[in-house]
Design a protein around this ligand. Structure first.
Ligand code: SF4
Ligand code: SF4
Ligand code: FES
Length: 238
């Protein structure tokens, strides 16, 4: 237990936090990477991807939704937790249609980069071969639900930053899917613009901007230059 009233320990390292910060906020501010896919600095957390689960004493908690509390002893970068994170990542791969070599997002994709980070060498689980609706109705934005990992980031970005509420997640469990809040259910009938945060926040290749395909060549993309650990720390804003 720390004597400092405003510190927690992560993997033995004492770090400060301020009132209102989550374990994730405090960790990233201190330069400690906790793997995450649905956390985005500046948006309310949803706690749905479970990549950020850490051990707080003998409890497992999602770091992005759990407040930092004085004296917490957090375990984060352990072989057991990283194995569990790898299994979650493998599940995300088989739940959708993730054929990286044919995907425009390759090299810029957080799911793919997470797989590299966790040393994932195969899918492990059987493929679901999902058939989900593709929406190419919008003149500038493509929505390919077959790659959606239901991270909820576009929902929160559209609602809380763009003030448009274009998206929602409907259904539960294996029936969960992304819907567009228009009478037709089509993106073309929404007010979504290519400059919206929701159009640019997707961590995978589910929401893509049309007509810029392969503008940045493979080999020169984000995760060709940096690891997801490095970008994850850089993206944090206090
Ligand atoms: Fe691969 Fe990412 Fe595209 Fe899925 S979205 S196919 S993980 S590059
Ligand atoms: Fe997340 Fe992208 Fe799916 Fe939206 S479309 S829920 S941002 S994966
Ligand atoms: Fe915490 Fe996704 S980053 S649950």
């Amino acid at each position: 237990m720390s004597d400092n009233p405003s510190t927690i320990r992560i993997d033995g390292q004492e770090i400060p936090f301020t009132a209102g910060q989550t374990i994730m906020d405090a960790a990233l501010a201190a330069g400690i990477y906790i793997p995450h896919l649905c956390h985005y600095s500046g948006l309310p957390p949803s706690g749905n991807c479970r990549l950020c689960v850490v051990e707080n004493g003998n409890r497992s908690v999602a770091a992005c939704i759990t407040p930092a509390v004085t004296g917490q002893e957090i375990r984060n970068n352990t072989p057991e937790l990283n194995e569990a994170r790898k299994a979650i990542t493998q599940m995300l791969f088989v739940e959708g249609n993730h054929i990286c070599p044919s995907c425009e997002k390759t090299g810029n994709c957080k799911l793919q980069a997470m797989a590299y980070h966790l040393g994932m060498l195969d899918d492990h689980f059987p493929q679901f071969y999902q058939r989900r609706e593709l929406d190419a109705s919008h003149p500038e934005i493509l929505l390919d639900r077959s790659r959606c990992i239901l991270c909820d980031l576009c929902v929160r970005a559209s609602r809380d930053m763009d003030q448009k509420n274009v998206f929602a997640i409907a259904g539960r469990g294996t029936d969960a899917h992304l819907i567009v809040n228009t009478p037709s259910g089509k993106l073309a009938d929404s007010t979504m613009a290519v400059t919206d945060l929701a159009a640019n926040i997707c961590p995978v290749g589910a929401i893509l901007i049309k007509e810029i395909g392969y503008e940045v060549p493979i080999g020169q993309r984000i995760y060709d230059q940096q690891t997801i650990r490095e970008t994850g720390l850089q993206e944090h804003v206090d």
